[in-house]
Design a protein around this ligand. Structure first.
Ligand SMILES: Cc1ncc(C[n+]2csc(CCOP(=O)(O)OP(=O)(O)O)c2C)c(N)n1
Ligand SMILES: [Mg+2]
Length: 283
């Protein structure tokens, strides 16, 4: 990454976080931790790696994202809004009747969303099918499959991974958001997964582990993954649920959060102000 690219991606990540905080506070509640933990990844994808045309979201040669951990939809919507897919005002209609931004992504409703998700596990299979279809067509498009660590409790994921690895679908970049927590606790306490790295390697994936909040490391890992020609590829984000927003990282129950107390609203406003100061300082 050049210095300018790095700055732009960091600013994009901060803007995504600002909008996540604002939209969820406006809604009164929402999936805070898992949306924040994909902010840096989304910034690298939309700020650097992804081929897309925001004014023509159905462009034939676009890369595609399958956000299998669909409850982090708000994080994705904020990336799309910041990159010109739709007006930022839409963010404040999250999950309302008639909205174009339902709580979980719906490919029939939101520009830039190519696969409907929300039932955990299923996105792994749909991404696998999309990647296989693109391979058969001889297309150079990529599918970025984003999976949660808790989501990996779903057996369906492992069936899809077995297929992706066996067929060497290196156009499906599997990204595991290992943010250590799932809905109501630590992933290791609920169903100890042992080592995802060893598991993915054993399945046949070229596997890299990178800090989930280091945009340069994420970018380099994607570059490396794209250069792998003879096997499936996986990037594990060593991450923190709520990443990049201190109060959210420190909150134990940070999966779905309510903004119904003065304390929460104050903490949220302070976090927004801090991120806005960073963006201003970078200008
Ligand atoms: C099949 C299915 N079972 C249960 C749920 C409810 N659910 C939503 S999010 C979640 C926890 C997911 O944890 P993780 O994948 O680690 O996501 P993150 O930490 O990124 O929020 C659960 C159980 C669901 N959406 N789909
Ligand atoms: Mg998790």
């Amino acid at each position: 990454m050049t210095g300018t690219e790095l700055k732009n991606v960091k600013v994009l990540a901060a803007n995504i976080r600002i909008d996540i905080l604002k939209m969820l506070e406006k809604r009164g509640y929402g999936h805070l931790g898992g949306s924040l933990s994909i902010a840096d990844l989304m910034a690298v994808l939309y700020g650097k790696q992804l081929r897309y045309d925001a004014k023509n979201p159905d462009w034939d040669e676009r890369d595609m994202i399958v956000l299998s951990k669909g409850h982090a939809g708000p994080g994705w919507y904020c990336a799309l809004a910041n990159c010109g897919f739709f007006d930022k005002e839409w963010l404040y209609t999250l999950n309302e009747g008639g909205t174009r931004l339902p709580s979980h992504p719906d490919r029939t409703k939101t520009p830039g969303v190519d696969m409907t998700t929300g039932s955990l596990g299923q996105g792994t299979s749909t991404a696998c099918g999309m990647a296989q279809g693109l391979k058969l067509k001889g297309s150079e498009q990529y599918v970025y499959l984003i999976v949660g660590d808790g989501e990996l409790n779903e057996g369906q994921c492992w069936e899809a991974f077995q297929y992706i690895a066996a067929k060497k679908l290196n156009n499906c970049i599997v990204i595991i958001d290992d943010n250590k927590k799932q809905l109501d606790g630590y992933t290791k306490d609920i169903l100890n997964p042992f080592s995802y790295e060893e598991k993915m390697k054993a399945f046949g994936f070229d596997t890299q582990v990178v800090p989930g909040n280091d945009v340069e490391a994420i970018d380099e890992a994607i570059n490396r993954a794209k250069a792998v020609k003879d096997s499936a590829v996986c990037i594990i984000l060593d991450n923190i649920k709520g990443s990049g927003v201190k109060y959210a990282e420190e909150l134990m129950a940070n999966h779905s959060v309510k903004f119904n107390t003065e304390e929460m609203v104050n903490k949220n406003h302070a976090a927004i102000a801090e991120l806005e100061a960073f963006v201003k300082g970078a200008e």
